[in-house]
Design a protein around this ligand. Structure first.
Ligand SMILES: Cc1ncc(COP(=O)(O)O)c(C=O)c1O
Length: 415
C-alpha cells in the first residue's frame, strides 16, 4: 500500500530519536573544538584578539600572488581549471621537495603528497595509520586540531613530558616501553601552543630511540621558517634511519598565505600510494590552480628574502607584547620568549584560572586562548597562549590596556 509522503508519523512509529544520535560512534563522541569556538569570538571587530595563529595579513604579497595566478591562467588556463592528480601537480611536488631538502631532509618529489593545508595531512595520517584504540604519544600541551584528527580515528592519547627545550627523550623512551604506541606526534620547532623548540641534542637522541622502536613518527613543522635567530633546526626526520618510519608535514600557511591551503607530507615511498588513496576517498585532489600558482610563486620569488622584513616585524611585535604582558599580567606570571613561530606562552601565579580571566578580558574587549584545551591530561589552568603576529604595535597597545583593566580586579579562583 502506498502512503502519501506527507502523512505525519506518530511518536510510536518513529520514537523521538535526535538526528545526532544517528551519527557514527567516533563522530558522536567528538566535542566541538573549544579553541575553534573561541576563535569565532575573535572575528568580532570590537575585540582586539591575541588568540588566533594568523600570519599578519598586511604582509601578504597580494600583487605577487595575483601575478602568479595570472601567469598560470595565461600559460595553461585549461589545465589549471581541470581535474588533476591526487598526489599533487608535478611543479608543486618539486617545489615542496626542494623546500623540504633545504630544511636538511633530502627529498624526491615522488616522496611528497600535496595536501589541502597540513591539517589535511594530519587527518590523512590519522586515517591511514591509526586503528581504533591505538595509542598516540603527544606532547602535553599540543596542537588541538591534531588531537581532533586522531580522536576521529579512535586514538587514545598518552603524553610525553616536555619542558622549554621540547619533548624529554627519556620520557619518550619510557612511554614507548609502557604504552606500545602506534605513533608519536611532535611539533619540534616553535611548538604550538608553547613556542618551545627541541634542542638538536634531543633531536638526535629521539631519532636514536625511534630508530629502535617500531613506531611511526609524525613530525609537524609549519613554523620553522619563522625563525628569529641563525640557529637552524634540522627535523628529526632527516635521520636516514627513520626514512621508512617518519612523516614530515609542512605548509605554506605561515610563510605565504593560509588561504591558499597548500601543505604536504614527506612520506616513506611505499606508504605514499596508501595516503593517496585515502585522500582520494575524501577529496579526489587539492586545487589544481592553487597548486600551480603557488609553485609558480615559489619559482619566481625569493621567499626567504620576502620573509625577512616580516620576521623583523614579528620580532618587534613579540618584544612589544612581552613587555606589555609583563606590565598587564599579575606579578609572578611566567612569560616565555620564543625564538620564532607565532606564540608567547604565559603562566599566571597560583590562584588564577586563565579561563575565568578570559571572561573578564572579553568584557574588557580583548582576548587570548586559555592553555587548558591544549592538554590531554593534567591541564594547567594557569596557562594562556598569546599570538603576537596579527596586531600591529599600536593595536596591541590598546589590547594590552584592556587586558590590564581585566586583571585590575581579577576574580580569584583557587584551583
Ligand atoms: C602545529 C600546527 N600544525 C598544523 C597546522 C595547520 O596548518 P595548515 O594551515 O597548513 O592546515 C597548524 C595551524 O595553525 C599548526 O599550528
Amino acid at each position: 500500500m502506498n502512503h502519501p509522503a506527507h502523512v505525519p508519523t506518530t511518536p510510536k512509529e518513529q520514537p523521538n530519536v535526535r538526528s545526532t544520535d544517528l551519527l557514527n560512534n567516533n563522530t558522536r563522541m567528538l566535542g566541538s573544538s573549544p579553541i575553534r569556538d573561541l576563535l569565532e569570538k575573535s572575528f568580532d571587530p570590537g575585540i582586539i584578539s591575541f588568540a588566533g595563529g594568523n600570519p599578519a595579513a598586511e604582509f601578504f604579497d597580494v600583487e605577487g600572488m595575483s601575478r602568479s595566478f595570472q601567469a598560470v591562467m595565461d600559460r595553461y588556463g585549461r589545465r589549471a581549471m581541470q581535474y588533476s592528480s591526487t598526489d599533487g601537480e608535478p611543479e608543486m611536488r618539486a617545489a615542496a621537495a626542494s623546500r623540504t631538502a633545504e630544511m636538511g631532509v633530502p627529498t624526491d618529489p615522488d616522496q611528497v603528497l600535496i595536501t589541502t593545508g597540513s591539517q589535511q595531512g594530519i587527518g590523512l595520517l590519522g586515517q591511514t595509520l591509526i586503528n581504533h584504540g591505538d595509542v598516540v604519544l603527544v606532547e602535553n600541551p599540543t596542537f588541538v586540531s591534531a588531537l581532533l584528527a586522531f580522536s576521529l580515528q579512535g586514538a587514545r592519547f598518552k603524553t610525553i613530558h616536555s619542558d622549554e627545550n621540547g619533548a624529554v627523550p627519556e620520557s619518550l623512551e619510557e612511554a614507548i616501553r609502557r604504552w606500545k604506541p602506534k605513533a608519536v606526534y611532535l611539533i619540534p620547532t616553535f611548538q604550538n601552543p608553547t613556542g618551545s623548540t627541541l634542542t638538536q641534542e634531543r633531536r638526535t637522541r629521539i631519532a636514536d630511540i625511534l630508530a629502535e622502536a617500531n613506531v611511526w613518527l609524525i613530525e609537524d613543522d609549519p613554523y620553522s621558517d619563522i625563525r628569529f635567530t641563525n640557529e637552524k633546526h634540522i627535523p628529526i626526520s632527516a635521520d636516514p634511519r627513520l626514512n621508512t618510519r617518519s612523516f614530515l608535514l609542512n605548509s605554506l600557511s605561515k610563510v605565504l598565505a593560509p588561504g591558499i591551503r597548500i601543505g604536504w607530507i614527506r612520506s616513506p615511498k611505499d606508504v605514499l600510494p596508501y595516503l593517496s588513496r585515502v585522500k582520494q576517498a575524501s577529496t579526489l585532489q587539492s586545487s589544481t590552480i592553487d597548486q600551480l600558482a603557488a609553485a609558480h610563486y615559489l619559482q619566481n620569488n625569493d621567499l626567504p628574502s620576502r620573509l625577512a622584513p616580516v620576521k623583523a616585524e614579528y620580532m618587534n611585535r613579540r618584544d612589544h607584547l612581552m613587555k606589555g604582558l609583563m606590565a598587564a599580567l599579575p606579578a609572578g606570571t611566567d612569560i616565555t620568549r620564543p625564538k620564532g613561530g607565532l606564540f608567547i606562552w604565559a603562566r599566571l601565579p597560583a590562584g588564577f584560572n586563565a579561563s575565568v580571566m578570559l571572561e573578564s578580558a572579553l568584557l574588557a574587549g580583548t582576548m587570548f586562548i586559555p592553555g587548558a584545551p591544549f592538554y590531554v591530561e593534567e591541564a594547567d589552568q594557569r596557562t594562556m597562549r598569546f599570538s603576537y603576529s596579527s596586531n600591529p604595535v599600536g593595536q596591541a597597545e590598546l589590547g594590552l590596556t584592556r587586558l590590564a583593566n581585566a586583571f585590575a580586579e581579577p576574580p580569584l579562583l583557587v584551583q
